[in-house]
Design a protein around this ligand. Structure first.
Ligand code: GLU
Length: 483
């Protein structure tokens, strides 16, 4: 069997992190098995259509490094297929179902449907289309229907769902699913605006695009029984289905905007690296080996197995994502880190070179969660400190500090070459002579040069700032004390 999967977002807003996981699992599945991944924009619900949403979804997928393989116009590209450009196909297939007696037109108004629902509610019945008593081709008979069909009265096409019987299908994640036909409504297939519903367009496309596996979020599981009926009605073979577990907040409620960001866009804007977010999202519901959590995209591809995806909801743990981002930031190539950071550095007014930024990154990469933290955590690498942390100052700046520093400063002024190893050597000799610990000298140095109590090794920091800048800051600090 040739493997073909699809990711089928509706352009109703930004790509949700759950959508990113669905896209990723489809992509991993296709890549693992040498198959094809198709991107399909499902935009037939015009009331929920958001201008620009599909462009944004595509840009976000590209940012995440998730690629698709096929395009309606040029064979090998990213896509997408767009359902609103395929309306004739859905109408044609709707007609086929009607001719087969599997679907029928219904002419009920919104008010009539509402009355029906009220009646069912009062009688404590399940709310579903009452085929026998409402106005449709089946209840009215051929003669009356012909007249209505010829008129311009609005109509919808509905699927004729069997009144009884059991549907069974296998889900690769959830196992066997059993649904009673009596629980399924006569689903609308074509709306009165002539657009297909999600169900019709989705099934027709999955069939025409020869999709072998449908991998999507659990929220679509209730739709699947309708799809099973549609495949049957057409006489088509059904693809394998796999429904991915829900994403949950830490309190186990369904992941929602109220408890944090849900749009991939928000994580991108906050500075998460795409590889970190992809790694994190990949482990929402699956873990290749259980003995570690950092995997490259290739490792994820090599080990992806849809049958190993968990059934239970996956908790979205922001702290874990932050930890992963820290790990990915550390592993960045310094030149890449510099080019990613350069625009933000320029915006902050730092006229530094990429080379210098790369060196600052190497100096401080262990101390940041986001790359842009470098500009705040390491602000003193771009300008002299404007403030000095009071707690650190009162703890480490003593009456004798200036006197202890001056002879050392004289040696620093003369040291050659001015590098971390040389500074370390001359300082070791000096503190030994003075009979004091390193901290007694170096904490005041840190205060004068960085203004902060924490940072990278001081000799490395000074070497990168250079002799002139390091001395200028210390002289300035000491001069300030003297006044
Ligand atoms: N258009 C649906 C969505 O927005 C696709 C569901 C499916 O994959 O079948 O998620």
């Amino acid at each position: 069997m040739s493997i073909r999967v699809r990711f089928a977002p509706s352009p109703t807003g930004f790509l949700h992190v759950g959508g990113l996981r669905t896209a990723l699992y489809n992509y991993l599945f296709a890549r693992r098995l040498g198959g094809v991944a198709v991107l399909r924009i499902e935009d037939t619900d015009r009331s929920r259509f958001v201008e620009g949403a599909s462009e944004n979804i595509i840009a976000t997928l590209r940012w995440a490094g998730i690629e698709f393989d096929e395009s309606p116009t040029n064979g090998g590209a990213f896509g997408p297929y767009t359902q609103s450009e395929r309306l004739d196909l859905y109408r044609k297939h709707a007609e086929i179902l009607r001719e087969k007696g599997e679907a029928y037109f219904a002419f009920d108004t919104a008010a009539e449907l509402e009355t029906m629902r009220q009646r069912q509610k009062e009688a404590k019945q399940a709310i579903r289309y009452d085929r026998l008593h409402m106005r449709n081709e089946l209840s009215l008979g051929a003669e009356a229907s012909r007249e209505l069909l010829a008129s311009d009265i609005p109509r919808v096409l509905r699927l004729k769902v069997p009144d009884s019987g059991e549907l069974r299908f296998q889900d690769s994640v959830r196992g066997e699913i059993v649904v009673q036909c009596s629980e399924i409504d006569d689903q609308v297939l074509l709306k009165s605006d002539g657009f297909p519903t999600y169900h019709l367009a989705n099934v027709v496309d999955d069939h025409l695009m020869q999709i072998s596996h449908v991998i999507r979020g659990e929220e679509w599981l209730p739709s699947t029984s309708k799809h099973v009926l549609l495949y049957r009605a057409f006489g088509w073979e059904m693809p394998v289905v796999a429904h991915l577990p829900l994403l949950l907040n830490p309190d186990k409620s369904k992941l929602s905007k109220r408890q944090g960001d849900v749009a991939v866009e928000d994580y991108r804007a906050k500075g998460y690296l795409p590889a970190a977010l992809v790694n994190f999202v990949a482990l929402l519901g699956w873990n290749p080996t259980a003995d570690r959590e950092i995997y490259s995209l290739q490792e994820l591809i090599d080990s992806f197995d849809i049958c190993k995806v968990n059934k239970g909801g996956a908790v979205f743990d922001l702290q874990k994502l932050n930890w992963m981002n820290t790990e990915y930031v550390k592993q960045l190539d310094p030149a890449d880190a510099a080019s990613l950071l350069l625009p933000a550095a320029r915006e902050a007014g730092y006229e530094v070179s990429s080379e210098y930024l790369a060196q600052v990154f190497v100096l401080l990469r262990e101390r940041i969660t986001f790359l842009h933290d470098l500009l705040s955590v390491g602000d003193y690498m771009f300008h002299a400190p404007q403030e000095f942390e009071e707690k650190f100052r009162s703890k480490h700046w003593k009456d004798g500090s200036a006197a202890l520093l001056r002879p050392w400063l004289a040696r620093v002024r003369e040291s050659s070459p001015f590098d971390a190893a040389g500074l370390h050597e001359l300082t070791a000799a000096y503190v030994e002579e003075q009979g004091v610990g390193f901290g007694k000298l170096m904490n005041p140095v840190r205060l004068m040069i960085t203004g902060k109590g924490a940072g990278a090794g001081m000799f490395d920091t000074m070497a990168l700032l250079g002799r002139d800048e390091s001395l200028r800051r210390m002289d300035h600090f000491l001069d300030g004390l003297a006044q």
